[in-house]
Design a protein around this ligand. Structure first.
Ligand SMILES: [Fe+2]
Ligand SMILES: [Fe+2]
Length: 212
């Protein structure tokens, strides 16, 4: 992503936040993001959008995917009497959950240079990222904490952000955590919506740059 694209995504991110979120603390959270690498950080070290500006772009992709999934799938399902849910989810909650779900990745990927050999045996260098977590608090858990420093979160938003890794985390945990994950899914449709939007954005929309 070039500098122009990064700046355009930053403006689009700020507008999307301000258009959809009207909660105390939003401006303080956005001011905090200015002091971090959020707008230039990658979304991952080796997978989806592993390039400068990837984290902001991914957050926008998840927001847009969640909005279209809400319109096409979730809203009609919630209007049907067979739904297990009695409460709808707000556009503001969808925006908060999606736009802030990966704030845990702030200050986590340090730019570095790596070396590899090409097919002729010549060395070449390529840009990379080294993983370094200065506040190892868990993935979704850490995002909840960071957002909570600035914005009072509703229970459904906390649950969606906390559990957004879904089944990816489940193979490593005990039965009480698996039970809590299942119970969170039953509390609000926002948990499933964020997981689905995150998975689709990361795997169907976002490129992976391979250097070797
Ligand atoms: Fe994530
Ligand atoms: Fe994500």
């Amino acid at each position: 992503m070039n500098e122009q694209e990064i700046q355009a995504n930053k403006q689009r991110y700020l507008e999307t936040c301000r258009q959809n979120i009207h909660r105390d603390g939003l401006e303080r959270l956005l001011s905090y993001l200015e002091t971090t690498d959020f707008y230039i950080a990658p979304s991952s070290a080796s997978y989806h959008l592993n390039e400068a500006g990837g984290l902001c772009k991914h957050s926008l992709n998840v927001f847009e995917t969640a909005c279209s999934l809400y319109e096409s799938v979730v809203a009609p399902a919630l209007a049907n009497p067979t739904t297990p849910f009695s409460e709808n989810i707000s556009q503001e909650s969808i925006a908060i959950a999606t736009l802030f779900h990966d704030l845990c990745k702030i200050k986590m990927y340090k730019p570095s240079e790596r070396w590899a050999k090409d097919v002729s045996g010549h060395w070449y260098s390529y840009p990379s990222y080294e993983f370094q977590d200065d506040f190892p608090f868990g993935h979704g858990e850490k995002s909840c904490i960071i957002v909570g420093w600035f914005i009072p979160l509703k229970q459904e938003e906390l649950l969606a952000i906390r559990w957004h890794m879904g089944m990816f985390e489940m193979s490593e945990v005990g039965s009480s955590t698996r039970h809590a994950f299942r119970a969170a899914m039953e509390k609000t449709p926002l948990v499933a919506l964020l997981q689905a939007a995150d998975m689709l954005a990361a795997n169907c929309m976002e490129k992976v740059t391979k250097w070797k």
